[in-house]
Structures are given as structure tokens and as C-alpha cells.
Ligand binder design. Structure first.
Ligand code: FAD
Length: 288
């Protein structure tokens, strides 16, 4: 099923993100995580690509596990490290496997990176236009409520987001954020810029104090004082931190839903147990 059609249906849609392993030996473990998450009946499950040095093969393997569990799969596709023919090979392969949803991304630029010779895409908008010209795929893209870390300012970043939408994006998923006011402000600015495609709000339950500085460094997301109080009080006790992290994410989601945000994307970090607790906390709300 195309995600754009799924998001057009009435009700609240909660989707989940998983990442593939780096080594073949851990594929079965990752498949089990996917099956457990699929059993929660998320709207769809997205599988990341390239970020941790994994290969397109592992991403495709997990996407097939998602689809075999009866849940639509969204495959992330980055372009900065690949030539256009390589991107086309990945798309051919996805088509053969019956995957019809891709999240078209530039990808992070590793320090000292040397880009491939030959024709390649510099920005996600070019990849999006390419996939749309090819046809057959529903295409999503990333957006950044606090602005992308490389952008000069949020206005410039919004212009670049508009270019992605004009290239044919069907839906957007936000970077994680920990203060809902950030999302509401972004949605307002996006609407004012004429961006009308569905936006999935990215929520990450932080259940482990060790993740926090890494999250802030990788995503550029601001962590509000209320969040730091939780870390200060519970960070050294794994069980308490887990409980508080799940509660924080649940509360964010309830507030979003109460304020009319119907599409939420859960960054699970492959913690099926955490995703299960969040879905359980929202049981009656999601069943409405
Ligand atoms: P772009 O849209 O190309 O934007 C990148 C930067 O370039 C921005 O600062 C933008 O303002 C600027 N820009 C855009 N167009 C132009 C232009 N024409 N001229 C000048 N500047 C321009 N990374 C992975 O490696 N694998 C994943 O699976 C993955 N999944 C993600 C999922 C989500 C929901 C999100 C939010 C991020 C994900 N990322 C992933 C991280 C993402 O790849 C990085 O944030 C990356 O730095 C930017 O990707 P993008 O597609 O947003 O790039």
C-alpha cells in the first residue's frame, strides 16, 4: 500500500522506524525486532539505510520482513554516497521485492568524505525528482522543525524543503523533537510557505541516559529543561530512566494527538519493548 493513501485515511496513524544491523550474523535478531514491532499494528514500518555502514541488502531484507508481517514498508534511500546508476539498481531491486514506498534522503556527509565520481545527486530534491520521474513509488522526505544543522537559518531550510515538495514529495517525516511547541511552530511556518503534504511528527522515547548527548549531536534537537530534569534525577538508574522516557514520549504523543496531529513516527531504536509500552499507553486513544 502507498503511504500517501494510508495517511489520507481518517484517524491517528503511528508508524515506527527500525535500523538494519551492520553484520549478517545479526540479521535474524533484527528480523525478530521487526516482527515484534509489526505485531503492534503500526501504520507502516520504515527501515533506515546506510547510516551505520549497513548495506542496501540488509535494508531490503528487513523491509521484506515488514511486508511479510502484513505491514507496509518504507525504505530509506540516501544518495550522497551513490552514483545515479547505483541508485537505480537499488530502486530496481525494491520494485522486484514489491516495495513501493521510499524516503528519499541526501544522507549525512561523513568527515573527510570522498564522493563517487560520475553522475550523482547533491541534494535530496534531485533524488526525489528522479524517483518521481521514474514512477511507481510513493516518495517521502525528511524535514527539520528546528532547521537542518547545515542550513544558514530556518527560513533558508524551509525554502529547500519547499523545493523537495515541488519536486513531488508525497509526505514528510520530521526529525525528532522534544518540545511540541517546536513542531507546532514548524507546522505553522510550513503551511504559510504553502507546504500542504502530510507531515509525520518524529518522536523518540529516550530510555537510556547514554543516548542523550549522541542524539543532540546527531540530530541537533534541543532538549528542554523539563527533559534534563528527568535525566538529572533518573539518568543513573536504568529502570527509572526507561519508565520516565516512555512516559515523556507518551505525553508528547497525547498532546500532539489532542492538538490535531494525526501522523506520528516513532524512532524505536530497535527497542520493541519500548515501542510496545508506548502503544499500550495509547491503547484507547489509538482505538478511537
Ligand atoms: P537535503 O534535503 O538535501 O538537505 C541537506 C542540507 O542541504 C540542508 O541543510 C538543506 O537546507 C540544504 N539544501 C537543500 N537543497 C539545497 C540546495 N539546492 N542548495 C543548497 N543547500 C541545499 N540518514 C541516513 O544516512 N540514513 C537514513 O536512513 C536516514 N533516515 C532519516 C530519516 C529522517 C526522518 C530524518 C529526519 C533524517 C534521516 N537521515 C538519515 C539523516 C539525513 O540523511 C541527514 O539529516 C542529512 O544531513 C540530510 O538529509 P536530507 O535528505 O534532509 O537532505
Amino acid at each position: 500500500m502507498k503511504i500517501v493513501d494510508l495517511l489520507a485515511a481518517p484517524g491517528v496513524h503511528v508508524s515506527c522506524e527500525v535500523f538494519p544491523p551492520k553484520e549478517f550474523a545479526r540479521v535474524e535478531e533484527a528480523r525478530e525486532v521487526v516482527r515484534e514491532i509489526a505485531a503492534l499494528s503500526p501504520a507502516y514500518v520504515s527501515v533506515t539505510y546506510g547510516a551505520a555502514g549497513n548495506t542496501p541488502y540488509f535494508t531490503r531484507e528487513l523491509a521484506q520482513t515488514v511486508q511479510n508481517a502484513g505491514v507496509p514498508a518504507l525504505v530509506h534511500l540516501t544518495c550522497i554516497n551513490d552514483t545515479v546508476p547505483k541508485v537505480d539498481t537499488v530502486l530496481d531491486d525494491l520494485e522486484t521485492c514489491g516495495v513501493t514506498n521510499v524516503l528519499a534522503l541526501r544522507g549525512d556527509i561523513p568527515e573527510g568524505a570522498v564522493f563517487p565520481g560520475g553522475e550523482h545527486f547533491e541534494h535530496a530534491a534531485e533524488l526525489i525528482a528522479h524517483v518521481k520521474r521514474r514512477g511507481g513509488f510513493c516518495v517521502g522526505a525528511a524535514c527539520y522543525p528546528e532547521g537542518h544543522p547545515e542550513a544558514l537559518n530556518r527560513a533558508q531550510d524551509l525554502d529547500h524543503l519547499k523545493a523537495k515538495v515541488e519536486a513531488g514529495v508525497d509526505f514528510l517525516t520530521t526529525q525528532m523533537f522534544f518540545d511540541n511547541a517546536t513542531l507546532y511552530n514548524f507546522m505553522y511556518r510550513a503551511l504559510r510557505a504553502g507546504i500542504r503534504v502530510p507531515v509525520g511528527a518524529g518522536i523518540m522515547p529516550v530510555v537510556n541516559a547514554r543516548q542523550i548527548r549522541r542524539i543532540a549531536a546527531l540530530s541537533g534537537a534541543t532538549l528542554p529543561p523539563r527533559f534534563w530534569s528527568i535525566v538529572d534525577r533518573f539518568g543513573d538508574d536504568p529502570a527509572s530512566m526507561r519508565q520516565a522516557g516512555v512516559a515523556y514520549a507518551t505525553e508528547q504523543m497525547i498532546d500532539l494527538i489532542a492538538n490535531g496531529v494525526n501522523n506520528i513516527h516513532l524512532y524505536t531504536m530497535n527497542r520493541a519493548d519500548v515501542a510496545r509500552d508506548v502503544f499500550r499507553n495509547l491503547g484507547a486513544i489509538l482505538a478511537r
